[in-house]
Design a protein around this ligand. Structure first.
Ligand code: PMP
Ligand code: GLN
Length: 389
């Protein structure tokens, strides 16, 4: 492995899913749902395959999906994107993020990441030869908040890009209007591009609303908005994602994307177009159901003795195992599948390994659990976790 990728060998999700299989553990590690998305969408994909829709789709993605993506953003955020020049279909959000970074960051330029962050961000910045700078979320009450002073210090004229993920994996934080305003101000003042990873855009709870940074004054022209069908429609394996933004930024991402995969997910694209156009009420019901699962798992973890942070969105809840006598989240996650038959993911896997950390580092002990599972699966995990107490 080349030196710039050596720190990023096996992903924590693959490692913990392997352990889960090895110990027949309930897998609350990797975030994926265990039920299917809307029937009309599944049928459309089967029909596309049966009808011979099995060759390369167009480079930008099929027109009907680009039109559906543009329409969804107009309806939901009042954002107008031209489906022919401002929307690009990708192989999941993962490729969208990689394409944005590889197409827009010069070697040596700085990229600001909000920590903890999804693991692909740092690896992708490394592939581009970029230099990462971290801005932390800080535990605050029973949730987390953005450190605005650290943000102002991190964004400078050396900064090419900031990657913003809200609703946030792994903490379940939804950034506030105040946070988004602060990020927008830094981007405009320092002429920085924002890559907004909004894959959990529909999955928020307790009437918390997700708003898109691209709607802030001065931001549409400097933002690549990224989302994906995986989380919205319970099809993480289909890997259909998209980027929207001004033509020059989308063209830059496309320059990278066309040599990563060229295109992907042919027969799934018409099915996702249909789902975006017709299944919004399925998505609302699914988000409501997820809120109930959030409660089910959070209550169970509290019952076992964890300190549980409130998750405002996503598939995930973070818990502090110190009341149970565990001070190292990574160690706990490596032991948990064999010990009680449950897999989870340590939040320390989402932080910058090059930043020195003291014993009071909040991420060292924290553990992320996924609740995007059937109720009986969550209940079984809860029963098993009680053996910890
Ligand atoms: N960003 C975040 C924050 C995620 O949690 C995930 C996957 N769970 C992705 C990106 C990747 O999305 P996709 O599977 O569409 O590549
Ligand atoms: N995004 C999912 C998670 O955070 C998993 C994706 C992956 O396995 N790379 O758990």
């Amino acid at each position: 492995t080349v030196s710039r990728l050596r720190p990023f060998s096996a992903t924590i999700f693959a490692e913990m899913s392997r352990l889960a299989v090895e110990h027949s553990a309930v897998n609350l590690g990797q975030g994926f749902p265990d039920t299917d998305g809307p029937e009309s969408m599944l049928r459309a994909a089967r029909e596309a395959i049966a009808d011979g829709d099995n060759q390369y789709p167009p480079g930008l993605g099929i027109p009907e999906l680009r039109v559906a993506v543009a329409a969804q953003q107009r309806r939901r955020y009042g954002l107008d994107y031209d489906p022919d020049t401002e929307v690009l279909i990708t192989v999941g959000a993962t490729e969208a993020i990689a394409s944005g970074v590889l197409g827009l960051v010069e070697p040596g330029e700085e990229v600001v990441l909000i920590e903890p962050y999804y693991d692909s961000y740092a690896a992708t910045v490394a592939m581009a030869g970029g230099v990462r700078r971290s801005v932390p979320l800080i535990p605050h009450g029973d949730g987390f908040r953005l450190d605005h002073e650290a943000l102002a210090a991190a964004v400078t004229d050396r900064t090419a890009m900031i990657v913003v993920n809200s609703p946030h994996n792994p903490t379940g934080t939804v950034l506030t209007d105040d946070d988004l305003s602060a990020i927008a101000r830094e981007c405009v003042d320092h002429d920085v591009i924002a890559v907004c990873d909004e894959v959990y855009e529909y999955l928020t709870f307790d009437s918390v609303r997700h708003r898109s940074l691209a709607t802030w004054p001065g931001m549409r022209e400097r933002t690549l908005r990224i989302s994906s069908a995986g989380k919205t429609f319970n099809v993480t394996g289909w890997k259909v994602g998209w980027i929207s933004g001004p033509p020059a930024l989308v063209a830059a991402a496309r320059a990278a994307k066309q040599f990563l995969t060229y295109v992907g997910s042919g027969p799934f694209q018409p099915a996702i177009a249909l789902a975006l156009d017709t299944e919004e009420s399925w998505v609302s019901t699914s988000a409501k159901d997820l809120e109930h699962k959030r409660d089910l798992l959070s209550d169970a973890l509290r019952d076992v003795g964890f300190d549980v942070h409130t998750s405002q969105g996503t598939y995930f809840v973070c818990a502090d195992p110190r009341p149970l006598g565990y001070h190292d989240g990574a160690q706990l996650c490596w032991e948990l599948p064999a010990k009680v038959g449950v897999a989870a993911v340590p939040v320390s896997a989402f932080v910058d390994p090059d930043v020195p950390r003291g014993d009071d580092d909040p991420w060292k002990h924290m553990v992320r659990f996924a609740f995007s599972k059937r109720d009986e699966v969550i209940e079984e995990a809860a029963t098993r976790l009680r053996r910890l107490g």
